[in-house]
Design a protein around this ligand. Sequence first.
Ligand SMILES: [Zn+2]
Length: 395
Amino acid sequence: MRTVLTADSLWTGSNLIPYPIVEIEGDRIAAITEGFGARVEHPGAEVHEFKDTMLAPAFFDVHIHGAAGHDVMEATPEALGAVGRFLATRGTGSYLPTTVTAPLDMTLRALDGLAKLIDHPDRIDANGDAAQPIGIHLEGPFLSHAKCGVQPKEYLLEPDIATFDRLYEASGGHARLMTLAPELPGAAELTAHASAKGVRVSVGHSDATAAETRAAIAAGAVSATHTFNAMRQLDHREPGILGTVLTTDSLYAELVCDGIHQQPEMSKIFWRSKGAERGILITDAMSAAGMPDGEYHLGNFAVQVANGRAMARGVLAGSVLTLDRALENFVRFTGASLDQALRLLTVNPAAMTGFSAETGTIAVGRKANLVAIGETGKLAASIHNGELVGAPAVR
Ligand SMILES: [Zn+2]
């Protein structure tokens, strides 16, 4: 099946092409040419003309716990199929299923299940219409008691290389990102150990001082988890983890840009600090994303969702955000141009996690996973494996 897409522009992940004609054969991009607004005549092909939009690479979410009524720790084909199909309709092409702190045996079981599904994507996605899990993010168990957020305190552990190795083995080597609190004893050693295995360390859920954070970065930490949230607050005499994250230019940093996890002014501070090269937009979504208000689960605890807010025990418990809305919010809150903002959902997360060959850019021969975005950053259409998987419903 041949499909042809046109739009006002195409941002490939590095450059802008005016009036693109994107030809897709099966699930791959076959050709990209400049059309200069010419009428497209492609007999026998399915042609989609996306007016007033920019085509861009599908999004990559490095921090997501669930959606569509399912938690990724269920680690079943049904759960990841439902999560992936929902994400694909919102422009996300790939993601890192993210664990929350839970009893160790439960986490090991979840990692084992996730690893098998990453190795056999056909089990999740028989029809080719589901976003793909391409690695795993371990959010815990090596987090701070003081800044654990909703992560259950009873299962938090001190950094321990043997425990990490068990988690890594259970993940079949697919653990690619780990959130770690730098102030815990042994954090620097574990950072170095994990980094040597290719697991990127992200500082977060932390009450660390600036010096402790700098030590983790020196040991290999490359990113920060949901900047501002579950972090020691900024103090002008002790900049702490937050001050260090915002001023260390080499460090990537995540942001949950739902207008709930922080006020728009803070999104602007984030943009001015991390910029187009190091910012990463995530959802931190849990199972209620894409679902009506009600009671849901995150890992093994209950979460109440009302008016877009997910709460457990009086604390924010993830989000119901989708990356298309994160992009729209971010453009509105910061005034960033669309192609610059798009970096935060495509090339930056791919570069941080080492998945640039798999996701984050558009090129001939690549999987045809694209989004069409309107001028305000609103998702107009999502194309997954060469197929239109739906324009988002009115929300
Ligand atoms: Zn999370």
